[in-house]
Write a protein that binds this ligand. Structure first.
Ligand code: PEP
Length: 252
């Protein structure tokens, strides 16, 4: 049975004061024994402070991005070893905002996945199609391309400590979530694609859905057999909503 994950991507939001308030609420309302792993991904500059505040709680620290290279003359970048050093356990790679706004290629994302995995972090690989792709019937093709580059470079075995997040770009921050059927269809496709390389790994891989998950739609999305929790953007900035989403995630 796969233990679900609910991961909150705070994106470029917050301040020390706002984070402290959010963390206080998260700690005060935390369930004693959640049925899912709960990951919190603050902006890079706040990782250490938020990590300290969350230490010993149910919350696991994650970063929003990582450098594909290990060390050296890469001004402004942060390595996987550095993230690990300050207590991160997870890192998001290939978020659509990074792919689209910062032109990250499938190959770069795969190298980031590899760098994170090799330093003991759990990479959360984001894949997903844009609206035009879906309307042209190219969803599986796009997702397969994004996934295959990682599987080729890193091998399916790396998914033993790796997570996939299916995030249709048209659903991110738009208030328009994929329907549970649409999510399930793509999640099953992703699992099948991994199974073609390694059935055992595929059965154990956690595949999250992301895109306008809210307290009101989480349960029906997470109830689908191949949906193992969610990657949550906007709703992760409100403790009560995020924790309602967490409560909706149960092992299938
Ligand atoms: C995200 O940023 O990964 C995301 C899913 O955002 P939102 O939940 O706001 O759509």
């Amino acid at each position: 049975m796969r233990r679900p994950i609910v991961a909150g991507n705070w994106k470029m939001h917050g301040s020390r004061a706002e984070n402290a308030r959010l963390v206080e609420e998260l700690l005060a309302q935390a369930p004693a024994a959640p049925a899912a792993d709960c990951v919190v991904c603050p902006p890079l500059v706040y990782l250490q402070e938020v990590g300290r505040q969350l230490r010993g709680s149910i919350y696991i620290l994650g970063a929003q991005d990582v450098c594909a290279d290990t060390q050296g003359a890469f001004t402004g970048e942060v390595s996987a070893a550095m993230l690990k050093d300050i207590g991160c356990e997870y890192v998001i790679v290939g978020h659509s905002e990074r792919r689209l706004l910062y032109r990250e290629s499938d190959q770069l994302v795969a190298r980031k996945f590899s760098a994170a995995h090799s330093k003991g972090l759990v990479p959360i690989l984001c894949v997903g199609e844009q609206l035009a792709d879906r309307e042209a019937g190219r969803t599986n093709e796009i997702v397969a391309r994004q996934l295959d580059v990682v599987l080729e470079l890193c091998g399916a075995g790396t998914l033993e400590r790796g997570v996939i997040a299916y995030e249709p770009v048209w659903a991110i921050g738009t208030g328009r979530n994929a329907t549970p059927d649409q999510a399930q269809e793509v999640h099953a496709f992703i699992r099948g694609r991994i199974a073609a390389r390694d059935a055992k790994i595929a059965a154990a891989t956690r595949i999250l859905y992301g895109g306008s998950v809210k307290a009101g739609n989480a349960a029906e999305l997470f109830n689908r057999p191949d949906v193992d929790g969610g990657l949550i953007g906007g709703a992760s900035l409100k403790a009560d909503e995020f924790l309602t989403i967490l409560a909706a995630a149960r092992p299938g």
